[in-house]
Design a protein around this ligand. Structure first.
Ligand code: GDP
Ligand code: IMO
Ligand code: MG
Length: 421
């Protein structure tokens, strides 16, 4: 399979977890390179549902190596919880490696995330409140703590003492409760002891694996329009969710990458605030009515809308997407007519790219093309030829408008509900 980067081509929750699980069959190693436990990747195996937040989705297949790369921010207590939950579900977490350079998400990050959102009121980002922004903030300010600090008890104690003192001053200014050094220290030291056997130099590990010809799959979290540089700033997350993030977040160079796969839904969803030009209440009602499109991390109902080809074309360029995986085709099975946004109109101007100015983006009116629906269930289709003609024509158009080739179509959450082209 060679070295493959998988990214979300929309606003997150594109079905990356399911596609990663399918592709992991052919990979040797799966690597998370950015984000933290703000991610929620759902994988169904039979009737069992697994939601992965920090651990690469490859963990569900025996003998695959899973790596949490240097670009990820790790909440160690939450990671231990996720390992225990997997154990409870019968998954043994053993082939896991955590970068010693990965930064830690601390309780004051979560508290600050919450306080900043409260202060912003109506202008809030709608974060997952997992402390992701403040953790990456500390990393950029060069004041963060890392896994390598956590597993060194003496060093960790000194660094933590200072950080708690510093952050309690900030929390005081917000009128929030100060944190107890002793409590945080005890919880983090316990997590550190548990995680120590997994912590290593993952850059060296990946290079050695690549040298031996192993195939590496880079599991993107979030989506292109949540990217800190390329997304709808400030309504974004705090990492590079686009393909470049896979290189910086793992230490594997761009010229060692062979392919970029973009995952996108056959429609669009977004959880959290910020502009979403094709948002549509009818589709939201339809999907929520089927019990679908509730956040895997926070349980919030996702905002839903028509497929936005302006956005996916932009995503194809930024990520260098070669191949597409279109998921949730079955979500559109009942519709008579399906719309696809092919351009934006802002007053008299027609735009065919996503403007960086979100005030302009918020004013953009979608220009739609209409497609006839197929009005039949696709969830049992296992081959391209079994899909209704109208569904095939819809999918071909999505790929053409996006500017990449169609590789996978997903018609249900299960592994077998996957069509390879
Ligand atoms: P991720 O964050 O990109 O991994 O996506 P999430 O797991 O947060 O959300 C995607 C949701 O869609 C999950 O509930 C998946 O089980 C589900 N899913 C993925 N592909 C399909 C599909 O083709 N059809 C249906 N019905 N559900 C799907
Ligand atoms: P996966 O990997 C969808 C969104 C939040 C919020 C914004 C910032 O499952 O696709 P943060 O907590 O990161 O500071 O929140 O980003 N967000 C996601 N939306 N899927 C995700 O991950 C997300 N991770 C963060 O809702 O709008
Ligand atoms: Mg998700």
């Amino acid at each position: 399979m060679a070295n493959t980067i998988l990214v979300g081509a929309q606003w997150g929750d594109e079905g990356k977890g399911k596609i990663i699980d399918v592709l992991t069959g052919k990979a040797d190693i799966v690597v998370r390179t950015q984000g933290g436990n703000n991610a929620g990747h759902t994988v169904f195996i039979g009737k069992k549902r697994y939601v992965l937040h920090l651990i690469p989705s490859g963990i569900l297949r025996p003998r695959k190596l899973c790596v949490i790369g240097n670009g990820v921010v790790v909440d160690p207590v939450s990671l231990v919880g996720e390992m225990e939950e997997l154990n409870r579900l019968g998954v043994r977490v053993k082939n896991l490696f955590i970068s010693e350079s990965a930064h830690l998400v601390m309780p004051y990050h979560r508290e600050l995330d919450e306080q900043r959102e409260l202060l912003k009121g109506e202008d809030r980002i709608g974060t997952t409140k997992r402390g992701i922004g403040p953790a990456y903030g500390d990393k950029a300010a060069r004041t963060g703590l890392r896994m390598i600090d956590l597993i060194n008890p003496g060093r960790f104690e000194g660094l933590l003492r200072f950080k708690i003192k510093e952050n309690n001053e900030i929390l005081k200014a917000f009128g929030a409760k100060p944190l107890s050094f002793a409590k945080v220290h005890a919880a983090y030291r316990a997590a550190g002891d548990r995680l120590k056997p997994f912590v290593t130099n993952t850059v060296a590990l990946l290079h050695e694996a690549a040298r031996r010809g192993k195939d590496i799959l880079f599991e993107g979290a979030q989506g292109t329009f949540l990217d800190i540089d390329h997304g709808t700033y400030p309504f974004v997350t705090s990492s590079n969710t686009t393909s470049g993030g896979a290189c910086t977040g793992s230490g594997v160079a761009p010229n060692r990458m062979d392919e970029v796969v973009g995952v996108m839904k056959a429609y669009i969803t977004r959880v959290g605030e910020g502009p979403l030009p094709t948002e549509n209440q009818e589709i939201a009602d339809l999907l929520h009515g089927m019990g679908r499109e509730f956040g895997a991390t926070t349980g919030r109902p996702r905002r839903c809308g028509w497929f936005d080809a302006v956005a996916t074309r932009h995503a194809a360029i930024i990520n260098g997407i070669d191949d597409l995986a279109v998921t949730n085709l079955d979500g559109l099975d009942s519709l008579e007519t399906i719309k696809v946004c092919i351009a934006y109109r802002a007053g008299p101007t027609r735009l065919d790219y996503v403007p960086a100015d979100i005030e302009l983006l918020a004013k953009c009116e979608p220009v739609y093309a209409e497609f006839p629906g197929w009005r039949t269930s696709t969830s049992r289709c296992r081959k391209w030829s079994q899909l209704p003609l109208r569904a095939r024509s819809y999918l071909r158009s999505l790929a053409e408008l996006t500017g990449a080739s169609l590789m996978i179509v997903s018609v249900g959450p299960a592994r077998e509900q996957t069509i390879f082209l």
